[in-house]
Design a protein around this ligand. Structure first.
Ligand SMILES: *Cc1c(COP(=O)(O)O)cnc(C)c1O
Length: 418
């Protein structure tokens, strides 16, 4: 059976981001055969005229309250598989006190911690699992620093498909618990993320599993695009000056950029916005690539596990997306990320995991550097829920106040903390 048997007709082809070669969707599985799996990342192309005729704002208003509302802009046709999955259409939360703390006029938080498995990655995994079902794969696999695997395990469970997950030893316990409870087979690789990534790709080759690795798989980034489609729709008459995202491999910011761009191409929005990519100072090779044109060496470290990617797989797409959006990159220290976790919880009531709070730390850093103007209106993406790594969270607070069961002791403590 050709891979295109049930393929949705809005997709016209796949283009290599490295050499520009164009392929019919049924001719290639994941990457450009000429450039190879490391350089030959493919981009999915659509017949935008036809999408434009079939996707009107009035339809969107009546659309499902999840990311399948953008069906014609997604590279799958079997939406019925995941129709009720609680993924996407996450709220945009007004955060005035946090805006004052980071130094901008207006700040809205796109809270993807509320997705089914608690992160932005659900947008990609859901498309991956539906796509795997469409091409008749018996199982699906991925290597991940955590959330991609967690969301894949959850979506695979919802689709009744086996999932094989390769994680590195450093995965936080909350994420490991999620993987195990969702019923995935979990291989904890004694090596780096890069080792896990290569092992997973080899295992997919050997056993015929569908490979969810995002940089590799051109369909996954299409799911991430829905984050940008949603920001465009939610800010229709009230556009932000900047959209801010944390960056690890670079797929997420590239996906969101593509979503914003397609909404503009379709004429559903008449504005564009600038993009800020934020990396952890210890592991910032994409920022280096943006500034120097060559991928930097990352030999530091960060506790923000979801963006701890020393060998980013999709840096070219991320660098191009930020450049096209007249954007910038900044990096922030682990202490700045800890402060942003506390501030986001305390001032906005949102519990962000370290990689998610990185975007908020990045807003503050960009204001200090004169990149974002104090009068700007900013949307910062909160990509993951803080409950995934409670150890990191508790460590960045002062902890509880130990006290005896005695009212006077409470009075003394209240006085001391006033
Ligand atoms: C994956 C992830 C990111 C970064 O996405 P990339 O595609 O790796 O750049 C940011 N935050 C969280 C919570 C993530 O899980």
């Amino acid at each position: 059976m050709p891979m295109s048997a049930q393929f949705v007709s809005y997709v016209t082809g796949l283009r290599c981001v490295n050499c520009g070669a164009l392929y019919a969707p049924e001719k290639v599985a994941y990457t450009c055969p000429a450039c190879g799996p490391d350089e030959g990342i493919l981009d999915v192309l659509y017949d935008m005229d036809r999408v434009g005729r079939d996707l009107a704002l009035s339809d969107l208003l009546d659309g499902p309250q999840n990311h399948w509302r953008y069906g014609p802009l997604l590279p799958v046709s079997a939406h019925h598989i995941g129709k009720t999955w609680p993924i996407g259409w996450t709220p945009l939360v007004e955060a005035a006190p946090l805006a004052r703390a980071v130094g901008v006029k207006r700040l809205r938080l796109k809270d993807d911690g509320r997705n089914n498995s608690g992160s932005f990655k659900d947008r990609a995994s859901s498309v991956g699992v539906v796509r795997a079902a469409e091409v008749g794969a018996a199982a699906i696999a991925c290597a991940s620093t955590g959330n991609a695997a967690v969301s894949l395990a959850a979506c695979a469970a919802m689709a009744s498909m086996p999932a094989y997950i390769f994680v590195s030893r450093r995965i936080p316990e909350g994420k490991l618990a999620q993987l195990l409870i969702y019923g995935a087979t979990v291989f904890r690789v004694n090596g780096t993320y890069d080792d896990a990534y290569r092992l997973c790709a080899a295992a997919c080759d050997r056993f015929g599993w569908y490979n969810r690795n995002c940089a590799y798989n051109p369909y996954l980034v299409e799911g991430k695009k829905t984050g940008g489609l949603e920001i465009a729709e939610q800010c229709l008459a009230d556009p932000p000056d900047w959209v801010v995202m944390s960056v690890g491999d670079g797929c997420s910011i590239a996906g969101v950029a593509k979503g914003l761009r397609q909404m503009h191409e379709l004429g559903l929005i008449d504005w564009t916005t600038r993009l800020l990519g934020v990396q952890a100072a210890g592991v910032a090779p994409v920022q280096a690539a943006f500034e120097t044109g060559a991928l930097g060496r990352a030999d530091g470290d960060t506790f923000a596990d979801s963006i701890n990617c020393p060998v980013p797989r999709n840096w070219r797409k991320a660098v191009n997306a930020v450049r096209d959006a007249e954007g910038a990159f900044v990096s922030v220290s682990d202490d700045e990320i800890r402060a942003a976790m506390r501030d986001t919880g305390r001032l906005a009531g949102i519990f962000a995991e370290p990689a998610a709070a990185t975007s908020i730390a990045g807003v503050a850093a960009a204001v200090r550097a004169g990149i974002i103007a104090p009068k700007a209106s900013v949307v910062a993406y909160v990509t993951g829920n803080g409950l995934k790594d409670i150890k990191a969270a508790i460590e960045c607070t002062a902890g509880p106040i130990d006290i005896s069961p005695d009212l006077d002791a409470v009075a003394v403590a209240v006085e001391r903390n006033a």
